[in-house]
Ligand binder design. Sequence first.
Ligand code: 13P
Length: 338
Amino acid sequence: MTLNEIAKKICAKGKGILAADESTGTIAKRFKSINVENLEKNRLSFRQTLFNSSAMKDYIGGVILFDETIRQKTTLGLSIPELISKHGAVPGIKVDKGAKPLAGFIDETITEGLDGLRERLKEYYDLGARFTKWRAVYKISNKFPSAQSIKSNAHALARYAALVQEAKMVPIVEPEVLMDGSHNIDKCYQVTTAVLNECYNELEIYKVDLKGMVLKPNMIIPGSECEDKSSAEEIAKKTLDCLKKNVPSEVPGIAFLSGGQSEIESSKNLNEINKINDTNFLITFSYGRGLQASALKEFGKNQENLENIQKAFNHRAKMNGLSSKGRWSEELEKESAA
Ligand code: 13P
């Protein structure tokens, strides 16, 4: 498959991406919230339960894995990438090494992981990965993000993307402007514009083939502590406008992160965006919390009750699959949850 075909497959209409690539530290936080011990066997058990769900075939185009998971085997002996491929989805891998403090810039980060990346990519390809993810993080305040954090993260994202394409995989480029803070929706629009602009500048400089990449952005939403709440219609309008102005039209797929929105909010907002999508971009989800929160709760209640865990996951995957076509509704949400 060409890079463009892989990108279109993971973002295909009606499908999206399951971001199950929480690092051991991040999954520790998720497990703590449900009183589950952060052991390798528990991480495997939760993830393999999701990857065995019936929703995989119909609603999931790709799964982003963490380094530990891509090397694990299911209890039936299949490797995790084999299990994912068996359902017709594409295995992917998070390859960045996390956001580290940016020297000289208090409270800002630069994502690391370029050293040795070419060699690691070869190994991940051999393990079955066909796409990858790298996440840059930007916080909003009166002082930041600084021009330097925008520039250095865009540079790293571009060098990452070029290496990934050289290794014959599709890079997901994820510049995440965080929801944390009291900024309003227009500030989010303005910062996201600056971030996307710089990313596409650098991607062009490093000769990244835009037809063979996927963008994973934040939606344009007010900060979580902002008093002015926005309607889904306003979020959709401003998000689509920002993407149309700042993302080159050759990019085949745009898959949002959920970023701390609730499960329903992230489905509703994605749906509104697709209802007014008049571009050629395949616009879908690449959710972690937005797809897994309810399933995680069920796992916390009873780790052995695979049926309930899968029921919760199947429901969210189906709802987001509908949102990727602009066909989600609150009625369907209630009907099929019942
Ligand atoms: P959330 O959907 O929970 O924001 O996670 C997506 C992701 O992959 C963040 O890097």
